[in-house]
Design a protein around this ligand. Structure first.
Ligand SMILES: Nc1ncnc2c1ncn2[C@@H]1O[C@H](COP(=O)(O)OP(=O)(O)OP(=O)(O)O)[C@@H](O)[C@H]1O
Length: 560
């Protein structure tokens, strides 16, 4: 408001110069007025800088608060919700925050704050030059209607260009992720064509909308000049009729710019409001989604690792029913194999046991505790999981290993790597544990990355280890070594292995067969192996002889 009031200063100065200085020759008055104007201008400069800073701070606060809420929220979203959005969609949500910030601290906020100036200018025009007031009112009306007309994106709460830019981003991210696959399979032309058509659509829409906005801007500019001419014309007629003075006309010419400028500026700033509005709706939807429970303040004792499923059903949001009223017990201790055909629901069962998915119906207990009460952080301490596909962070190997257990000393890291079989190949690398890997572990083979994933799991030393096809990328020798290790770990821990391997299955104490119709059969390997593989356990163990003839407990296993 003070800035708006100070905005009247040039007009009042002009009016006084004409009425008191030019017509009466008052040089002393002029000096005093110039001194006064300079003081007020200094005040206005100070106020404007304060206002700009307040807007900047508001923008930065919104950015900081929403970014943190989004990052915390994302990491506390249940796995199913996380999986629903791709990495590029999450990235776009972080970019949406920028749209909110630029709306608050950008030109739109400033022109909205300047709107009171328009009202004050109108009042002053009414006092000093009432004959031109109707002209300015009509001009305001026309500019307001046009500003609203051009604000179609705000009215429909949809920015088509952003929709298309997001689709394009998603396509680009997918091509970047699949760059090697595209090269290997040789269908890069097809992928490029589909990307190009998305790009052309976005470019055409962006070009069209930018043209519309340029049009709005240029039209407003010309209209402002036209209204200024209209004010001078009507003012000149009013002076001839002796209804107002020349000084008033000169002042009113400046005032009309103050009254109409903020409205004309709205037209070119609408887009940032439309973008911020869209971004806010999207962010709000994500921030309102339910999160996993907070970490417990009271820490229950480390579980022994006995699972009990009571009438557990699970279906995906798509409606696919993976498990239906399954009841079973598992552990504590020992190796337990989950078997079944592709797509039967083995990984789904493993994720339920790890607490990564919540049953749609029924309950899962670990020891005597209902798992639903625990946060992911609590469960992560007790139930370690090696998923079918895990991500390896770029940077030195040692840093990524320390990330999972920052308190682990070097000895513990060596032991975990020896157990997983990673130590031997890391030692052969020229940089050893300091070797820097690329994104996703680029620079190592799939089997080597698998061993590093196992090392991370061992480093956490959970009560329960859930491994989804741990030996899928391992050579025979490495698989044998891993099986020996798992046998020994299973003396004190519960080891659950999702597998297609007869060797692994033959070592289990108990086998769970996920049938694919929502049911799970289970029994001893003596009963299940002939049914599933058509071989007796004895024959199977003979095949996996190296694993079963594990020597006395390895020293490394004792230390985890
Ligand atoms: N996020 C998801 N949304 C919808 N359906 C899913 C999702 N993840 C898996 N499914 C479906 O659930 C079923 C079970 O999947 P799951 O990954 O548990 O199979 P699996 O037995 O581990 O298979 P594989 O041996 O091939 O690894 C599959 O038919 C799959 O299509």
């Amino acid at each position: 408001m003070p800035i708006s009031l100070l905005g009247l200063l040039p007009s009042i100065f002009l009016l006084q110069v004409y009425n008191r200085v030019i017509s009466r020759g008052g040089t002393a008055t002029l000096t005093a007025m110039v001194a006064g104007v300079l003081c007020f201008l200094s005040l206005e400069l100070w106020l404007r800088r304060r206002r700009a800073r307040a807007l900047r701070e508001a923008g930065a606060t919104i950015d900081r608060e929403v970014t943190q809420a989004l990052m915390n929220g994302m990491l506390r979203h249940p796995l199913l919700t996380l999986e629903r959005r791709s990495a590029s969609q999450w990235l776009q949500l972080f970019r949406d925050i920028g749209a909110m910030r630029s709306c608050v601290s950008g030109g739109l906020a400033a022109s909205l704050l300047d709107l009171p100036m328009a009202l004050i200018a109108l009042v002053v025009v009414g006092i000093i030059a009432w004959p031109v007031l109707p002209v300015i009112l009509v001009a305001m009306l026309i500019l307001s209607v046009l500003a609203w007309w051009w604000a179609d994106e705000v009215r429909s709460a949809r920015v088509v260009e952003i929709d298309q830019a997001r689709q394009l981003d998603r396509g680009t991210a997918e091509i970047c992720n699949a760059r090697a696959t595209l090269k290997v399979l040789g269908f890069d032309d097809a992928a490029k064509q589909s990307w190009q058509s998305g790009y052309d659509r976005w470019l055409a829409e962006s070009f069209r909308k930018n043209g519309e906005m340029e049009n709005a801007k240029e039209t407003s500019h010309v209209l402002l000049t036209f209204f200024s001419v209209a004010v001078i014309t009507v003012g000149a007629l009013a002076i001839n009729a002796q209804w107002m003075s020349i000084g008033s006309l000169m002042a009113v010419n400046l005032l009309s710019g103050k009254a109409l400028g903020p409205i004309a500026q709205l037209a070119s700033n609408w887009r940032s409001l439309a973008r911020a509005n869209e971004a806010t709706v999207r962010l709000q939807a994500v921030l309102e989604e339910p999160l996993e429970p907070e970490a417990q303040t009271l820490e229950p004792p480390r579980p022994r690792g006995a699972f009990r499923l009571e009438q557990v059903s699970f279906h995906y949001p798509s409606g696919h029913l993976a498990l239906e009223e399954v009841s079973l017990q598992l552990g504590p201790g020992g190796i337990h194999a989950i078997l079944g055909r592709n797509g039967a629901g083995k990984s789904t069962l493993a994720k339920l046991l790890a607490g990564l998915y919540q049953p749609t119906q029924g309950s899962i207990f670990i020891d005597e505790y209902d798992m639903a009460q625990f946060s992911r952080r609590d469960l992560g301490r007790w139930v370690g999981c090696l998923p079918q596909q895990s991500y390896w962070f770029s940077g030195p190997i040692i840093d990524a290993l320390r990330m999972v257990n920052p308190e682990a000393d070097s000895n513990k890291i060596f032991v975990a790597c020896q157990l997983s079989g990673a130590h031997s190949f890391i030692s052969r690398l020229p940089g050893g544990y300091q070797t820097v890997l690329g994104e996703g572990g680029a620079g190592l083979s799939a089997g080597e990355l698998r061993k590093l994933g196992l090392a991370q799991l061992f480093l956490r030393n959970p009560s329960v280890l859930i491994l989804d096809e741990p030996s899928s990328d391992l050579d025979f020798e490495s698989e044998t070594a891993l099986l020996q290790t798992l046998q020994q770990i299973a003396v004190k821990h519960t080891v659950i292995v999702v597998t297609h391997s007869l060797r692994v299955a033959s070592l289990a104490q108990h086998i769970y067969h996920v049938r694919g119709d929502g049911q799970v059969d289970h029994g001893t390997p003596e009963k299940m192996l002939p049914e599933l593989f058509g071989v007796a356990r004895n024959a199977a163990t003979a095949e996996g002889a190296a694993a079963t003839s594990a020597p006395a407990l390895k020293q490394e296993v004792v230390s985890i």
